[in-house]
Design a protein around this ligand. Structure first.
Ligand SMILES: *[C@@H]1O[C@H](CO)[C@@H](O)[C@H](O)[C@H]1NC(C)=O
Ligand SMILES: *[C@@H]1O[C@H](CO)[C@@H](O)[C@H](O)[C@H]1NC(C)=O
Ligand SMILES: *[C@@H]1O[C@H](CO)[C@@H](O)[C@H](O)[C@H]1NC(C)=O
Length: 383
């Protein structure tokens, strides 16, 4: 490859040399040759680099177009929630009360795969993609609808507004059981405080305490460690690097295992390579302090109605991969906000679990949700 392009280059150089003055012609052929091959190596290197920079993103975008159509879940619906927005809703099973699952920070509805399958044998269970994630496409900045003036993009207030419109548009039966993990727990709290008549039970899985962003150590961890990981993922998706790493097996989907269908695996790979999804994941992490502040305000301003039952599911630690002092801090602040805001909450501990429990220990989580559904169904029958 290199040789073939070298040949014309050196003959060019020879032509040039002929036109040069006698002084320059005295240059030894070896010297001239060395200069030429160095230059052509550089040129070829440049071409290779250009290919490496251009081709993967190009192939990635071409594949994303195709996969976006193909991998939309078969049971999923794209619901027009008004104001020009469309959201992806995925419901399984039949019956009441409906269970609604809200994902952790930056994650699509697939993260609930195991839990949804298990609880759907008892009742209707719905997951959805928050705006910008998964199959809920975010509007262009010039197409926004006015709600962003009230709540910033990718903050809890905005998400709750979207979820509320989604539930109306899809005519989901009320009251329902609202389950949220991490950021999903912020949303669950915000939703239940405002629309308390719609929620019979609020389940918080690994809730992040709203006061934690007051702590410098936490801010350092979240903005210094967690956020950069997601920014790197966004960059890697945009350059097509993620797709290559997935092909090489260096990146793997979060939800996998013997009972996970190929479609779910492919969909997660698609989202890992999708810069739009990754960008929204970054935003949700970036604005989590804003979300925390909103939840703190709403909790103070409008306490939760006593009609809503609250359950809190936590593991041994917030995240087994972070230093002990951070876990202690989160546990301490969790205890504080639960005491203050939800003193009669039913507290459930899952052994050996942390913030990854909904996909690492799904049967333990499903068991708690199934128990709650059974209780509600028994009460409905006796009424
Ligand atoms: C928003 O901008 C995009 C391109 O920047 C354009 O294609 C689209 O039509 C615009 N939408 C509206 C509602 O103006
Ligand atoms: C997969 O499903 C089978 C049958 O439903 C079940 O027995 C098995 O425990 C499941 N495996 C996992 C890892 O969930
Ligand atoms: C959230 O963090 C950003 C960046 O550190 C800061 O500018 C913003 O004021 C914070 N918001 C709140 C509500 O604390």
């Amino acid at each position: 490859m290199r040789r073939r392009t070298e040949a014309p280059a050196s003959s060019n150089e020879a032509d040039n040399a002929d036109k040069k003055g006698p002084d320059q012609r005295r240059q030894s052929p070896a010297e001239a040759n060395g200069g030429v091959s160095y230059r052509s190596v550089l040129i070829n290197l440049g071409k290779c680099l250009l290919l490496i920079i251009i081709i993967p993103p190009f192939l990635n975008y071409a594949s994303l177009q195709r996969e976006g159509q193909m991998l939309l879940p078969k049971d999923g619906q794209i619901v027009d929630v008004g104001l020009g927005q469309k959201m992806h809703l995925l419901c399984k099973g039949q019956g009441k009360p409906v269970v609604i699952l809200d994902s952790p920070t930056g994650m699509s509805s697939d993260v609930w795969f195991h839990v949804q399958e298990s609880v759907a044998t008892l009742t209707k269970v719905c997951t959805y993609d928050r705006m910008g994630l998964g199959f809920s496409k975010r509007l262009m900045p010039n197409e926004t609808t006015g709600t962003e003036k009230v709540w910033g993009m990718s903050t809890t207030g905005r998400m709750v507004d979207d979820l509320h419109r989604l539930i109306q548009a899809a005519s989901i039966a009320k009251p329902f059981i609202l389950v949220g993990s991490e950021l999903g727990a912020f949303n669950g709290r915000f939703y239940s405080h405002i629309h308390d008549a719609q929620v019979s039970d609020l389940v918080l899985i690994d809730p992040i305490p709203e006061d934690v962003f007051e702590e410098d150590q936490w801010k350092e961890y979240w903005y210094g460690k967690v956020l950069p990981t997601f920014q790197a993922r966004q960059f890697s998706a945009a350059t097509g690097l993620s797709r290559m790493l997935i092909i090489l097996g260096a990146i793997e989907p979060t939800v996998k295992g013997e009972n996970v269908s190929e479609e779910v695996v492919q969909r997660q790979k698609y989202l890992l390579s999708n810069p739009a999804h990754q960008s929204s994941a970054v935003d949700e992490h970036y604005f989590l302090n804003e979300s925390a502040a909103q939840v703190r305000d709403i909790t103070k301003f409008k306490p939760l109605s006593s009609r809503v039952s609250v359950s809190v599911i936590t593991g041994d630690s917030f995240d087994e991969q972070v230093p002990a002092h951070l876990n202690q801090m989160v546990a301490e602040l969790q205890r504080k906000f639960l005491e203050e805001s939800y003193p009669s909450a039913n507290q459930i501990h899952i052994k050996g679990a942390d913030r990854r429990m909904i996909y690492k220990k799904p049967s333990a989580v499903s068991q708690q949700l199934r128990r709650l559904v059974n209780q509600r169904q028994a009460r409905q029958q006796s009424e």
